[in-house]
Design a binder for this molecule. Structure first.
Ligand code: NAD
Length: 337
């Protein structure tokens, strides 16, 4: 927080539709009088010592400000390109990915009362990247589960549950099959649960969770679900599907020092530069960011305005079946403020 009472936040506008949806966030924040100054940084990879890396200025900015809002980054297809998203996650050790999915009034889906909160371990598990060929035609891929990373994400899940007023945490696992790896995760979950006597703890098998959630999501509305990396990746997209898709789902990548909030969707190259993009997911990610920063009044105010415009359904973007441009939608939100 600076002398002017404003918080500086790093803004990574991103590729494709990134700059357009970032503009909507900036305009709406100005209209709402949010005490935030944006520090825009470019994360286009540069060549350093023969490796492609994120520019130091971008890393310094996030390190200095602790909080960043990020638009989508396009990962070039082909050999030798590391995913920038993965690089950011590793650079800042963003160990937990938080994905809330709440039904949006006005946007009809099979269920209108979904309100799930899922926390995914973000650094290891099936995505540890350790793979090798044993002999021709036989490959091994290592699922890495460590006490350290499991403890960190599980403790965070219990703390987050308390912060958002839920008193149930459920670990999702396959310890029946992955006896050692998921078994360790589950045992640590049981240990950590003892430190949170006010939070109920239970566990559920992943396949059972999937089946039950798509049959009736309501029993999940009072819980925080926490799980290893791959399960979280898949289950969080399933939850997104329950509320109408990736265009509406926010996320937060939480680290011990810094946190980066981002929309779940990609850079949408097919509609980039045409003023057609829906900025809602990035806006809702920024709301998570405001809540994380303790600026809850501003978060509520902007969120209510967004939900009002979506519920009215008059000024919505093409992906939701409307005709409004990105900026027309943003203007409607500003009016609703
Ligand atoms: P995508 O999410 O960019 O697009 C999928 C479809 O959804 C497209 O038809 C697109 O027009 C639509 N869409 C996405 N966001 C929208 C929005 N806000 N408003 C309206 N429509 C929207 O997925 P993709 O095409 O598989 O990926 C494109 C690029 O994005 C790739 O380079 C990929 O690596 C990258 N990507 C980045 C992230 C990230 O930065 N977190 C996530 C996923 C994909």
């Amino acid at each position: 927080k600076g002398n002017d009472g404003k918080y500086t936040v790093t803004l990574i506008e991103g590729d494709g539709i990134g700059p357009e949806i970032s503009q909507s966030v900036k305009d709406i924040y100005t209209a709402a009088g949010v005490p935030i100054k944006w520090e825009s940084v470019d994360v286009t990879p540069r060549l350093k010592d023969g490796k492609t890396v994120i520019p130091d200025e971008a890393i310094d900015s996030v390190t200095r400000n602790f909080v960043a809002l990020k638009g989508p980054l396009a990962t070039p297809v082909g050999k030798g390109h590391v995913s920038l998203n993965l690089t950011l996650r590793r650079t800042f050790n963003l160990f937990a990915n938080v994905r809330p999915c709440k039904s949006i009034a006005g946007y009809k889906t099979p269920y209108d009362n979904v309100d799930t909160v899922l926390i995914r371990e973000n650094t290891e598990g099936e995505y540890s990247g350790i793979e090798h060929v044993v002999v021709d035609g036989v490959v091994q891929s290592i699922k890495l589960i460590t006490r350290e990373a499991s403890e960190r994400v599980l403790r965070f899940a219990f703390q987050h549950a308390q912060e958002i007023g839920r008193n149930k945490v459920r670990a999702v696992h396959k310890a029946t099959i992955m006896k050692m790896s998921d078994g360790l995760f589950l045992n640590i979950a049981r240990e950590i649960a003892k430190d949170f006597p006010n939070v109920e703890f239970d566990a559920e098998l992943l396949d059972n969770t999937c089946l039950k959630m798509v049959t009736d999501p309501v029993p999940y509305n009072d819980k925080v679900l926490v799980m290893p990396n791959l399960y979280g990746d898949i289950l969080s997209d399933m939850c997104a599907g329950l509320i109408g898709g990736l265009g509406l789902t926010p996320s937060g990548n939480i680290g011990s020092e810094c946190s980066i909030f981002e929309a779940v969707h990609g850079s949408a190259p097919d509609i980039a530069g045409k003023g057609l993009a829906n900025p809602t997911a990035l806006l809702l990610s920024s709301i998570m960011m405001l809540q994380h920063m303790g600026l809850t009044d501003y978060a509520d105010k902007i969120q209510n305005a967004i939900f009002k415009v979506l519920a009215e359904g008059k000024t919505i973007t093409g992906d939701l079946g409307g005709k409004a441009s990105t900026s027309q939608y943003a203007e409607a939100v500003m009016k609703a403020l």
